[in-house]
Design a protein around this ligand. Structure first.
Ligand code: PLP
Length: 382
């Protein structure tokens, strides 16, 4: 039996919605994008939502809003996707990598404190696997020092921190609708904020710095006149993507419930194995379960994490590792980061893998994953 790491949950609803856009003939950003933004900000409870063509673009525009300058520093976790750091490099600014908490894989508040200097401008926590970072202390630290908080929320739709929905907590929150994310539009992203000046700026920057949206220019009431306020970007989304997003958002509760059920099933199947270390979700938070991270207690096993992954693959189970810490890559090593400074990221990296979890996963599929994982543990017990 083959269980893929991910399978998108696309129904006739999404297919019909995209076909409808094609029949209407409005392909780029237009009414459906605006409708998607409206539904999105209502769903998360934020004042403004700006749709763009990726989560990375959302983070790039967010850093524009805070006026990031060359040489400025932004604190991020060492264990994240390269997108979190690359957007800082776009400004010739410096990603300051902070070590993580080994239970939650979230940026450690104590490590953030150690990375703050006179050049620090912002903190960009990553809500790993869907679980929000410890936003209370992070915001307190930021407010005390006049720093901005931009959230990499690519994994965390929907999730809550102390009862508050992610998207209503930091200064700007950036979501991703990449193919594997909890709400997907193929490619896409959304920046949400309570700051209307920043929202306006992002709306302008996402389409060449043009002050009026093209859909307005080309609609019956629009005109050919426009102004250019910045050297902007080509970061707008399209109505084809937005049409998918609207349908996905309508069933987010159902999709979330399916993920939760799988996570609970895995947790109860693995909890009695000392060789497995379950991912910890803190009591004051809920997670989207974008990922199901699992760690191997390698001291109790005769195989390595890599061999474990390979054996799962041979039995048809797709897995992944989130993430290879940034300092391990050629580019970031070139900036001077070294594994020696991140013992907890190294510890997590050596032990972790992500198991398949997606809406629409069948009972047979999750049973197969459990059988393979527990079977390998029994076979490789020391
Ligand atoms: C997916 C992801 C992103 C980037 O999202 P895109 O929409 O692919 O640009 C950023 N950060 C993290 C942690 C991600 O997993």
């Amino acid at each position: 039996m083959q269980v893929p790491f991910h399978r998108p949950y696309i129904t006739e609803d999404e297919i019909n919605a995209v076909a409808d856009s094609m029949r209407k003939g409005w392909l780029t950003m237009g009414e459906k994008t605006h409708d998607f933004e409206k539904r999105f900000r209502e769903y998360v409870g934020s004042a403004h939502a700006v749709a763009v063509n990726s989560g990375t673009a959302a983070m790039h525009l967010a850093l524009h809003c805070i006026g990031l300058k060359p040489g400025d520093e932004v604190i991020i976790p060492a264990m994240t996707f390269t997108a979190t750091a690359e957007v800082i490099r776009y400004f010739n600014a410096v990603p300051m990598l902070a070590d993580i908490d080994p239970d939650t894989h979230l940026i450690s508040t104590a490590e953030i404190e150690k990375k703050i200097t006179a050049k620090t401008r912002a903190i960009m926590p990553v809500h790993y696997a869907g679980q929000p970072a410890d936003m209370g202390p992070i915001l307190e630290t930021a407010r005390a020092r006049g720093l901005h908080v931009i959230e990499d929320a690519a994994h965390s739709l929907p999730a809550t921190y102390r009862g508050k929905q992610v998207g209503t907590i930091g200064d700007i929150t950036c979501f991703s609708f990449y193919a594997t994310k909890t709400v997907c539009t193929g490619e896409g992203g959304m920046a949400v904020t309570g700051n209307s000046a920043w929202a306006d700026m992002m709306r302008t920057l996402r389409l060449h710095g043009i002050s009026k949206d093209a859909w307005n220019r080309y609609s019956a009431s629009g005109t050919w006149v426009y102004d250019v306020e910045y050297a902007g970007y080509k970061y707008n989304t399209t109505d084809l993507n937005a049409a998918m997003g609207i349908e996905q958002l309508k069933k987010i509760g159902h999709m979330q419930a399916m993920r939760e059920k799988i996570a609970e099933k895995y947790n109860s199947a693995f909890k009695d194995y000392e060789e497995l270390i379950l991912y910890r979700v803190m009591d004051d938070r809920t997670t989207s379960w974008h990922l199901y991270p699992l760690k191997l207690n390698t001291e109790m096993l005769s195989c390595t994490r890599d061999e474990f992954i390979e054996s799962l693959k041979e039995q048809g189970v797709g897995t992944s590792v989130h993430f290879i810490p940034l300092y391990r890559f050629t580019y970031y090593r070139g900036l001077g980061y070294s594994a020696d400074d991140y013992p907890r990221s190294e510890w997590v990296f050596a032990r972790s893998l992500s198991l398949p979890i997606f809406p629409g996963m069948t009972e047979e599929e999750s049973d197969h994953v459990i059988e393979c994982v527990t079977g390998l543990v029994k076979k490789n017990r020391r």
